[in-house]
Write a protein that binds this ligand. Structure first.
Ligand code: FAD
Length: 125
């Protein structure tokens, strides 16, 4: 994958991609089927392979090799993406995000297992 020279485009692409990845895992089933767990794993590995910024893609792939993960539940999958994002944050000398705060930052609106705040959001629609 060629390098993406423009730092503004790289940052916009990064923000959009993190939004997609955190949103997918925040809405991932709490008890996924084996097929769903495999699909998520494949999606993440393929995203790293095809990510349209050469250096970022290499970096993403290295993190996937190093960071242990599980796609067996929403909680574990969300932690996986949080850890990967923190790997990028560390590399870019950005603040490390507290992964306990992921459900607050990326809430699972309208999920069956919604917490009270999510239910309140739905009631207000
Ligand atoms: P972002 O890092 O884009 O984060 C968006 C929001 O997510 C934050 O405002 C915060 O609310 C939340 N957040 C932050 N950390 C976490 C976390 N750990 N878990 C959950 N939520 C969190 N840029 C480069 O210049 N070089 C690279 O090598 C590079 N590699 C990248 C690799 C990948 C896989 C991706 C997706 C992006 C990469 N980027 C890279 C882009 C970079 O990570 C940022 O997206 C970009 O710099 C914009 O940063 P930002 O400060 O706006 O917030």
């Amino acid at each position: 994958m060629p390098e993406l020279g423009d730092p503004v485009v790289r940052a916009e692409l990064g923000r959009a991609t993190w939004h997609v990845l955190h949103s997918i895992t925040s809405r991932f089933p709490e008890n996924p089927t084996e097929e769903e767990a495999d699909a998520l794993e494949q999606f993440i590995f393929l995203t790293a392979r095809l990510y349209p910024c050469g250096d970022c893609a290499k970096h993403f792939q290295r993190m996937l090799e190093k960071i242990p993960y599980s796609t067996k539940s929403r909680k574990e999958a969300s932690k996986w993406i949080c850890d990967i994002h923190n790997g990028a944050n560390k590399f870019l000398k950005k603040e490390i995000f507290d992964c306990e705060k992921v459900p607050e930052r990326w809430p699972c609106y309208k999920c069956e297992e919604s917490n009270t705040d999510d239910r309140r959001f739905i009631e207000n629609l």
